[in-house]
Design a protein around this ligand. Sequence first.
Ligand code: SAM
Length: 318
Amino acid sequence: MTEFDPTDPETTDPETTDPDTTDAEATEGDPPPLVGHRLTLVPTPIGNLDDITLRALATLEGADVVAAEDTRRTRTLLDRHGVATPLVRLDAHRIPTHGRGVLAGHRHVAYATDAGTPGISDPGADLLRMALGLGVHVEALPGPTAFVPALVLSGLPVHRFAFEGFLPRKGRERRERLTEIAGRVFTTALYEAPSRVAATLEELAEVAGPERPAAVARELTKRFEEVRRGTLAELAAAFAAQPPRGEVVLVVGPARSDAGGAASASPDDATAEVLARDLVAGGVWGRDLRRALEAAGVARDAAYALAVRFGRRSDPVQ
Ligand code: SAM
């Protein structure tokens, strides 16, 4: 047998692979639907290993097998919570070749990706589609996902938002997506690799304007969690000077409601005040508060006044 190489989908992890399932996909023709079989997508922590629900743990414990994008990572989590269910590796490369075998070989498969909710910018969606095609009953448990705390912590308006996942790396599709983000009158969250954060912020500043409010949420729920808020130009410059370490979510505020014609109604004074109080309660002060209010459509002078009124003396609002 070829030696196990975790980066090579063709090799088999002897420690974690169920020998009964690895070649089940070799079945010819249309197999009968897997009636009575179950796939549960189980969200796992995005950093802090305690961020897992009781139901997720019970599901991992009770399943016949835990299929994981990365068995070593998932094993750490299972060990931490005393779960001894067998593990099998099912990453993006192996789903097309081994997915059916895993689903056919076990009545109840729990699936965990590297982090967060399976199906959100990871191979979970591919496995789910395969399961649906095979007649497997599917479930998705609610749980951690990176873009939600990033949106909330950004301080930008999130009563309505778009989630972009990862942008295409280049070409026309990327430009079109950037232009869409620029034109939106609501907030957008996107995933980005740390090495590309500064370049993407620069591109966003070019299409959406340097003054567009934004935030970069880094290492959420981990020891070095950090959220930086500022304009696209400020953030692009800061991260060009010092590229971020770890995992990152970018959040881009809405186009000003009075800037492009596609306006949403500006909040009235009472709504603006409620919004300001909410932002302050969430730790958004001073300049960040003024910008977040402006991004929500509050007139510039009113946003300034609210930022001064709710601010601490030491917080600059300009
Ligand atoms: N399924 C995951 C979810 O529900 O969020 C997303 C998986 S995707 C392959 C990985 C991306 O999620 C990272 O590149 C980063 O953009 C974001 N991410 C994951 N964990 C994060 C964290 N702790 N802090 C900030 N971003 C994170």
